[in-house]
Design a protein around this ligand. Structure first.
Ligand SMILES: Cc1cc2nc3c(=O)[nH]c(=O)nc-3n(C[C@H](O)[C@H](O)[C@H](O)COP(=O)(O)OP(=O)(O)OC[C@H]3O[C@@H](n4cnc5c(N)ncnc54)[C@H](O)[C@@H]3O)c2cc1C
Length: 226
């Protein structure tokens, strides 16, 4: 796939894997695919950069503004109802992430999506990671379907579970903070942290992510009908 898409990639032997990723266990590893241009960005900074770029090209951004309904005019234009009034639009781009299906429904369209709970775990600082001179590459495993990358002097890891926890099948509630798989309540979290061996895990809240049914696991609940 990397070849087809023109993405730089190299196949490596286990010895070369150790050079690239000194902390990895080579048990069962016969080789690896390395994509040198892979990496990560801070989502907050990436979002701000895109927003600044859009404004420099004439976009107007209205923060804290909620779309509550749509009405289409006979000529095809849209009246987008927001919590502060109405905006006329020739074209509406629905980029509301987790709520894309709700927003599509307001305009009379059906977007089949399934929300799953997704979480990641971040460790405390690990001395062997802190001692490295270069940042570890992002490591993914196809067998277990996980990703792992350096986060400051620790490690961040997340998994794509075979049996994920589906969420809000009957409709997503208003935004709120929630705790999840790794720690159910703050008191329990503190107790677990005290018992964790080194390196200690710092449980992090994750979030929810929408999957279209075509990539959702086979036992995903049926998506709501249009
Ligand atoms: C725990 C976790 C870890 C992840 N890790 C990675 C990763 O390592 N790499 C990666 O590539 N992806 C990762 N993802 C996925 C990635 O975060 C999402 O795919 C991405 O943020 C989706 O971007 P988006 O712009 O489509 O939607 P969002 O970022 O969800 O943006 C949607 C926007 O629409 C707004 N909105 C919603 N409803 C309304 C309304 N009625 N009116 C007005 N605005 C509205 C929301 O406020 C929000 O600002 C992760 C996701 C989770 C939950």
């Amino acid at each position: 796939m990397a070849k087809e898409l023109g993405i730089a990639h190299e196949f490596h032997t286990p010895d070369e894997v150790t050079r690239l990723y000194p902390l990895v266990s080579l048990k069962g590893v016969v080789g690896a695919l390395y994509t040198p241009d892979d990496g990560h960005v801070g989502p907050a900074m990436a979002t701000q950069s895109l927003a600044i770029g859009a404004c420099q090209r004439g976009a107007e951004i209205n923060c804290h503004t909620k779309v509550v309904d749509f009405a289409q005019r006979p000529g095809g234009e849209w009246d987008v109802e927001i919590d502060k009034g109405t905006i006329a639009a020739g074209v509406v781009v629905n980029a509301t992430g987790l709520r894309s299906d709700e927003i599509a429904a307001l305009a009379g369209n059906f977007l089949p999506l399934v929300a799953i709970q997704l979480q990641h775990l971040v460790t405390e600082a690990i001395p062997e990671v802190a001692d490295l001179e270069t940042e570890l590459p992002v490591l993914g495993g196809l067998d277990g379907s996980f990703y792992l990358r350096q986060e400051l002097d620790g490690i961040l890891t997340g998994v794509y579970e075979e049996k994920p926890v589906f969420w809000a099948i009957d409709g997503i509630p208003p935004p709120r903070l929630w705790s999840g798989h790794f720690a159910r309540k703050p008191g329990a979290r503190r107790k677990k942290r005290r018992r964790c061996p080194s390196p200690r895990a710092r449980p992090r809240l994750g979030g929810d992510q929408e999957y279209q049914p075509s990539v959702a696991p086979p036992d995903a609940p049926p998506t709501p009908k249009a």
